[in-house]
Design a binder for this molecule. Structure first.
Ligand code: FES
Length: 69
């Protein structure tokens, strides 16, 4: 489904996918679990989880499409 708004961050922890990507690159992190060891994200409502996984898979940090968990 096409989304009217851009999805760009984990809202609960106010952390953009761009920032997560930077941290992962700097620390050579490959998975969300490893990211969560160094930065608290994706641990509340978890709506951002499919986006973070997509970011890890494709490198995209802004999403027009709603992803389901
Ligand atoms: S948006 Fe990431 S845990 Fe809620």
């Amino acid at each position: 489904m096409e989304c009217k708004y851009l999805v760009t961050k984990c809202i609960c922890y106010d952390t953009t996918f761009e920032e997560m990507k930077r941290i992962m690159k700097e620390r050579k992190i490959k998975t969300l679990d490893e990211l969560k060891d160094v930065k608290i994200v994706a641990d509340n409502c978890r709506l951002c989880v499919p986006y973070i996984n997509k970011m890890i898979e494709t490198g995209e940090t802004k999403f027009h499409v709603l992803l389901e968990s």
